[in-house]
Design a protein. Structure first.
Length: 301
């Protein structure tokens, strides 16, 4: 019972409404920019119907929807994402955006390779959409009295932390399930980098010019393999401490930067830093001069 009471007190501990709202603004802004930047991929599928195999929300479909309909849904997703970000009619626009984002990414993944780079963003948006994340820093909150710290703002932040840690935990388990403890000797990682570079060079795709030099070395790969496993499996054990969370987030960001450099594979959400916003008192961001004017434009009591 003591353990349950401790977990309950931690999970439902009060947090500032502005912190949760800041995570909403950052996550929503990233999602909208990401959707627009990848509009040619996420919004238009004028390809062979034979390539379509529905996954996620698109699983019930036996074939693709008309391209014009998908474009319309994509446009609606972007619009609802903007409303999610600015917090307008959030009780409606939040869940609508979460559903449409899940649909758009599911439909994109139904055309071949499943892109895991979108997963964490989607689950974060879903968690935020069903929380009270627009109680501050939103058009809905304009003219209203500032709200005090409360548990209803704390549990969504801790849920986001847990979802982030769980995503990396599953990635670490997958590595051990596929390669076992041999992953830690570094050869699996080195072979993967070498194969990725060779395959991409043969098909004329973009590959890392550093990969060929890197795989000639022996010592980095056991170290990198161990660090990867420790970071991915250790997330749930560091969430209780801000300094540990900071070290963990910095390690994961460095990991994604290394993947980008060695294999030209980008995970935009973690690399932007927004994926880790819930781990920190990110509301302090608004004290910086470039963001102060934005906050003042949103918050008008």
């Amino acid at each position: 019972m003591r353990v349950l009471r401790f977990l309950d007190s931690q999970f439902l501990a009060p947090a500032p409404a502005e912190r949760l709202a800041t995570v909403r603004v950052l996550t929503g802004a990233f999602a909208v920019i990401y959707l627009i930047a990848r509009a040619n991929v996420l919004g238009d599928f004028r390809v062979q119907p034979g390539r379509f195999v529905g996954v996620g929300l698109a699983s019930p479909l036996s074939g693709p929807v008309p391209a014009e309909l998908q474009l319309a849904v994509f446009a609606l997703c972007v619009v609802s994402g903007v409303l999610f970000t600015i917090g307008l009619r959030y009780r409606i626009t939040g869940p609508v955006f979460a559903f449409l984002l899940l649909w758009v990414t599911s439909y994109r993944n139904s055309w071949g390779m499943v892109f895991h780079t979108d997963n964490l963003l989607v689950v974060h948006v879903i968690a935020l959409a069903f929380s009270d994340a627009a109680a501050e820093l939103s058009l809905d909150a304009r003219g209203k009295t500032p709200v005090d710290d409360a548990g209803r703002f704390g549990w969504p932040l801790r849920l986001l932390m847990a979802l982030t840690a769980l995503a990396y935990l599953l990635a670490g388990i997958a590595k051990l399930k596929i390669a076992g403890l041999s992953w830690t000797d570094g050869e699996v990682l080195r072979d993967h980098i070498a194969y990725d570079a060779l395959r991409k060079s043969q098909i004329g795709s973009l590959y890392s010019p550093l990969a060929g030099h890197l795989v000639q070395l022996d010592w980095p790969f056991p170290v990198l393999s161990w660090l990867t496993i420790l970071l991915e499996l250790g997330g749930l054990f560091v969430l209780w401490s801000l300094p540990l969370r900071a070290a963990w987030a910095a390690g994961l960001w460095s990991f994604h930067l290394g993947v980008l450099i060695s294999m030209v594979i980008a995970f935009p959400y973690p690399l932007s830093g927004v994926a880790f916003a819930a781990l920190f008192p990110c509301e302090k961001l608004w004290r910086l001069r470039p963001f102060r004017a934005i906050r003042e434009a949103i918050v008008r009591r």
